[in-house]
Design a protein around this ligand. Sequence first.
Ligand code: FMN
Length: 171
Amino acid sequence: MTTLEEHALAPADDPRRYRRSLGCFPTGITVMTAAHGGTRVGVTANSFASVSLEPPLVLWALRADSPSLPVFRHAGHFTVNVLAWHQEDLSRRFATPADDKFAGLNVTEGWGGAPLLDGCAARFETRLAHQFTSGDHVLLVGEVLRYNNFHREPLVFVRGGHRWLDQPGIG
Ligand SMILES: Cc1cc2nc3c(=O)[nH]c(=O)nc-3n(C[C@H](O)[C@H](O)[C@H](O)COP(=O)(O)O)c2cc1C
C-alpha cells in the first residue's frame, strides 16, 4: 500500500525537515515597523495573528537576537503592514539585514512615528501591550488603535515561497 503519511518525528531529529513541515501552513506576510530615538526598523514577519477582539489584540514573534528588538521594545507602538500581492520586493527587502531598510522608499509616519508603507492590503497601528520571551523569540502583543483595509489582494507565503490567491476581490 502506498501512503504519503510518514511516521511521527521529533523536531530535533531533523530541524530542516521540521521547518519544511511548518511551511505547509500558508500565511500572509507582514512588515512590522516601529521608530524610536531617530531609528526606524522594519521586519518581514509571517508570525502575525489576531489574539482577541475585545480588546482588539494582535501578536507576532520576533527573533530574540534581532538588532531591531530594542527599537520595537522601546517604541511603545508598532504598525502591522499587511503586504499586497505585488509587494514581494518589500517582503525580501525587510527580511534582509541592513542599516536602513527604508532607503529610497516612500513612507509616511503613523502612530508613535512607525513607518507606514504604501500599497499594502491592510494596516493595523498598535500600542505595545505585552511582551513575553518564549524560546528564541519574543512575542509582541499590540492593542490595535486604528486600522485601514485597502481591499487589495494579499501576498501569501507557503512552503518557503511567495504566492498569491487567484480569486479576485478578497476582503
Ligand atoms: C516570509 C518571511 C517571514 C518571516 N517571518 C519572521 C517572523 O515572524 N519573525 C522573525 O523574527 N523573523 C521572520 N522572518 C525573518 C526576518 O524577516 C529577517 O530575519 C530579518 O532580517 C529580521 O530583521 P532584522 O535583521 O532587523 O532582525 C521572516 C522572513 C520571511 C521571508
